[in-house]
Ligand binder design. Structure first.
Ligand code: ZN
Length: 198
């Protein structure tokens, strides 16, 4: 479904601040969700030009390229994006890109997987959902509620620290007022995506 209000909102954001990579990625996401693939492609390319490490933007760009009937372009984007996501420990976009490469009949670059043994689990370790690395659980829940619980059970400390930095950027760049429910929803959505929890 085309969400014109969201498209307009992010469009004026990118016009006001042409260096705002999250604005471009959000606009690209709104286009992809509205199946406006032709419009999405240049916007997502711009986001990646501004920040080549923006893993979720590769997924969206490949979806748009597939949508306009350019599977070769999609494979190129996914192959590049898979490596970026792997190097940064962005597990969820990495896995999404692996699935898309499979669907397109293309090989997935090979990488090593760490293994969580029962001994490591009983010593209080988790395998982080975001980076795939094995490490100790955080001492406490980062905040109360079910989402805080879920993060405590599945996300490593260093990844949550990365989110705190990224979350501040999300608030500033997308001008979120967290006293509004709609802004809180956008913020939580970014957090879930960043941490690989959705
Ligand atoms: Zn982690």
């Amino acid at each position: 479904m085309v969400d014109q209000a969201r498209i307009d909102r992010f469009k004026s954001m990118t016009e006001a601040d042409p260096q705002n990579e999250l604005g471009f990625m959000s606009l690209g996401r709104a286009y992809v969700e509205g199946q406006m693939y032709k419009e999405a492609i240049p916007v997502l390319m711009r986001a990646l030009q501004l920040k080549s490490g923006l893993s979720p933007a590769y997924v969206l760009l490949a979806e748009a390229q597939r949508g306009v009937g350019d599977p070769e372009g999609a494979v190129n984007t996914l192959t590049r994006g898979y490596r970026v996501a792997h190097d940064q420990g962005d597990l969820m976009p990495r896995n999404q890109m692996a699935d898309m490469l499979k669907e397109l009949g293309s090989p997935i670059p090979e990488t090593k997987q760490a293994e969580l043994t029962p001994e490591l689990v009983s010593a209080g370790n988790i395998q982080c959902r975001r980076c795939g690395r094995i490490g100790p659980k955080m001492k406490d829940r980062p905040f109360s509620g079910a989402l805080g619980e879920q993060i405590h059970a599945s996300i490593c400390g260093p990844c949550f620290q990365l989110w705190i930095r990224e979350g501040t950027k999300v608030i500033n760049e997308l001008r979120l007022n967290l006293t509004e429910a709609s802004a809180q929803e956008i913020y939580d959505q970014h957090m879930m995506t960043f941490l690989g929890l959705n």
